[in-house]
Design a protein. Structure first.
Length: 404
């Protein structure tokens, strides 16, 4: 709580008025001569205590009204901020020497240390970085109404999910760049003395991959055999040129990537989808529905993309193919991204990804008026006026009954 105009507390001097009125109104009663004091002894205690109690109650109510009125003049304001300070650190950063020094300094200044995770536990858990949603955690921190919070986070791209939010002034978010990580992604045995090795490199600015052929491995990674992929091409005579471009793209993919590709060709009248991984359909005749078959068909439509995802297991080529269209649309790379099994490799790459979102893009532009309203104390006038009216009503009722 705080007062915006404490100078008006001088109005508390008005408390002397009801006290003076109370003291001056204590007049002595009339003298009545009676024959015996027996009746006075039996009745005086109950009645005179009641009169004294009611006078003190009225005095207290009138003093409280003056105090509330003084608080109204002084601008009493209430704040919901807790008098707590937190320092919240992401698990991957807590052991960095530079962060340790800062954490020790903040703890000496009264900050409580918490982990950047759901519930902000004090003890460090085994939660992985991929489970963090920075914007959601920032909203949870703001809802706790802390007086101040400092957050150390790596700002990984994959951990920003949902809508951007503005950052409140009592929350300081500090991004910390992780060191570059170099890791083996895949090793494939091409022949008896040749291994295809793909290396991944990731830092705060970029992630990229390099491939090389080597005879010996210097990294700890299991060596696998090339993936074998069976592709069925169903084409009619009118799609001969499209068929040739697709076969060339598949051959280029086989030469560039460590896979074994088996291409099976047929027409729309004699085809069979048994034991194939992919089917490329080049015919005016509609293919038979098969929910388990992964199908690429040619369907002309206006689109900026050459290959689009149409249904769960169906993709469509949006243009007739020639050399120019295939080069502009990167047909070979699109086929490679689609056909070559890469889910496990993507999971490894996502885990090792250390790219950061720039600070200028992390937080939305805050509305200054809303931001100030969220952190400034709110006036208590409404509550005080209601309380004043209630006390005034009670005081009038008691004063009327006691004729005070």
């Amino acid at each position: 709580m705080m007062l915006t105009n404490p100078i008006f507390l001088w109005s508390l001097l008005g408390l002397s008025v009801p006290i003076a009125v109370h003291l001056l109104s204590r007049k002595e009663g009339k003298v009545i001569r009676i024959g015996s004091i027996r009746h006075i002894q039996e009745t005086s205690t109950q009645q005179f205590k009641g009169i004294k109690l009611n006078e003190l109650l009225l005095l207290a109510l009138r003093c409280v009204m003056i105090i509330i009125f003084a608080l109204l003049l002084s601008g009493l304001q209430c704040t919901s901020l807790r008098n707590e300070k937190w320092v919240v650190v992401e698990k991957s950063l807590e052991n960095l020497p530079s962060i340790k020094i800062i954490l020790d300094s903040l703890r000496k200044e009264g900050y409580e240390q918490h982990q950047l995770a759901e519930g902000f536990p004090m003890t460090l858990s085994d939660d992985t970085v991929s489970e963090i949603n920075y914007w959601k955690l920032a909203e949870q921190l703001e809802s706790m109404n802390l007086s101040h919070a400092v957050v150390f986070a790596s700002n990984r791209l994959e951990n920003f999910k949902g809508m951007r939010i503005p950052l409140m002034p009592n929350l300081k978010w500090i991004s910390v760049s992780l060191s570059q990580e170099d890791y083996p992604l895949q090793a494939i045995q091409l022949d008896s003395d040749s291994i295809f090795l793909r290396m991944g490199h990731s830092n705060g600015d970029e992630s990229y991959f390099e491939t090389e052929k080597t005879k010996t491995l210097t990294h700890t990674i299991s060596v696998s055999s090339p993936d074998s992929i069976r592709v069925l091409i169903v084409s009619d005579d009118s799609y001969g040129y499209d068929r040739g471009i697709i076969i060339a793209a598949l051959k280029g993919m086989e030469n560039a990537f460590p896979i074994k590709l088996k291409i099976i060709e047929t027409n729309s009248f004699t085809f069979s989808t048994s034991k194939v991984d992919w089917c490329i359909w080049l015919s005016d005749k509609k293919p038979h529905e098969n929910n388990s078959l992964r199908l690429i068909s040619l369907h002309l439509r206006k689109s900026n993309n050459l290959l689009i995802h149409f249904k769960s297991n169906e993709w469509e080529l949006t243009k007739h193919l020639n050399e120019e269209v295939a080069l502009e649309g990167n047909l070979t790379l699109q086929f490679a991204e689609l056909i070559i099994p890469s889910m496990q490799l993507r999971e490894i790459a996502n885990t090792k990804d250390r790219r950061m979102m720039p600070d200028s893009m992390v937080w939305a532009q805050a509305d200054s008026k809303k931001t100030e309203a969220a952190i400034l104390p709110s006036p208590a006038d409404h509550f005080l006026v209601i309380l004043l009216l209630i006390i005034l009503f009670v005081e009038r009722v008691i004063a009327y009954k006691r004729n005070q």
